[in-house]
Design a protein around this ligand. Structure first.
Ligand code: GUN
Length: 281
């Protein structure tokens, strides 16, 4: 069979339109502050794209660009200032941070009500408990792709390949919350290919170019590729060997144009929801 292509660009565009329509009805403009430390080129591109998408959706996004020499204490003091600023609805500290700054110390300093990344332990815990929370943007985007493609989740066997705090673990929590039977597989998993072959829904988020091959996919399965890997020839590749897996899968996301556009759209939605919840208090 030939897989249906799940078109993240189109699905994200309609989500952004929906968010723009919601912000247009508000009596205020939600404010997102993105904190960027240093000059990581990939981070700079992400942050620029976030800013553009926010503006188009009626969200006021400001970037605080700090020098690579910023210390942990200085960064925490800046975050605390943003926490205390009533004009700020969402705070996103772009990762990675410089080597001497602990991610955990900075993330724990963010007011959980403004934590639009959903990385604060309080939001992580609420997500695991199945309570309303700000959930990480990429896994949220994957859930929206599954919904838009009308993929049944309840009772389905879902395999999440990768156990990162940004994608794998929250992805597993969201799928479990939607009543999937969830396996988290990773680099130490025995018979990784056989585990993946059991999946009705396979979410690959390991950062290994084209690790997932045709014979890892059950016929008709849904394959979601979160990987964005730069090959030595400069081309982008996902964690899934797209062409060969598309011959077996029932539905599959491309790279680029699959999960990537959804992440930013979900950041905008988290910012809108953080603003609405905070301003209603
Ligand atoms: N770096 C790569 N992905 C992300 C993300 O989703 N949020 C933040 N803050 N940094 C990132």
């Amino acid at each position: 069979m030939t897989a249906k292509i799940i078109d993240g660009r189109t699905i994200a565009a309609s989500l952004r339109d929906e968010i723009a329509a919601r912000t247009a009805r508000l009596s205020y403009r939600p404010v997102l502050v993105v904190v960027l430390v240093g000059q990581n080129p990939a981070s700079s591109i992400y942050v620029r794209n976030k800013g553009r998408a926010a503006a188009a959706a009626g969200i006021d996004s400001r970037t605080l660009a700090l020098p690579e020499s910023t210390t942990e204490a200085e960064l925490i003091a800046i975050v605390e200032g943003l926490n205390a600023d009533p004009a700020v609805d969402g705070i996103l500290v772009q990762l990675p941070l410089p080597p001497d700054v602990r991610n955990s110390a900075v993330i724990e300093a963010i007011d959980p009500a403004k934590d639009v990344d959903g990385f604060h332990p309080l939001n992580v815990g609420r997500l695991v408990d199945g309570l309303p929370s700000l959930a990480p943007c990429t896994p949220r985007g994957v859930m929206k792709l599954l919904d838009a493609a009308a993929i049944p989740i309840s009772g389905a066997r879902a395999v999440v390949l990768g156990r990162s705090a940004i994608v794998g673990k929250p992805m597993a929590s969201l799928l479990l919350g939607a009543d999937a039977t969830v396996t988290i597989a990773h680099s130490r998993t025995r018979n990784l290919d056989a585990e993946c072959r059991r999946a009705d829904i396979l979410v690959a988020a390991v950062g290994r170019p084209e690790l997932v091959r045709r014979d890892w996919i059950a016929p008709g399965a849904t394959v979601i590729d979160v990987g964005i890997n730069r090959l030595p020839n400069g081309q982008l590749a996902g964690d899934v060997a797209f062409a060969e897996c598309a011959e077996v899968a029932g539905a599959i996301t491309p790279v680029p144009g699959g999960v990537g556009p959804m992440t930013i759209a979900c950041l905008l939605e988290n910012t809108l929801e953080a603003a609405a919840a905070r301003r209603a208090r």
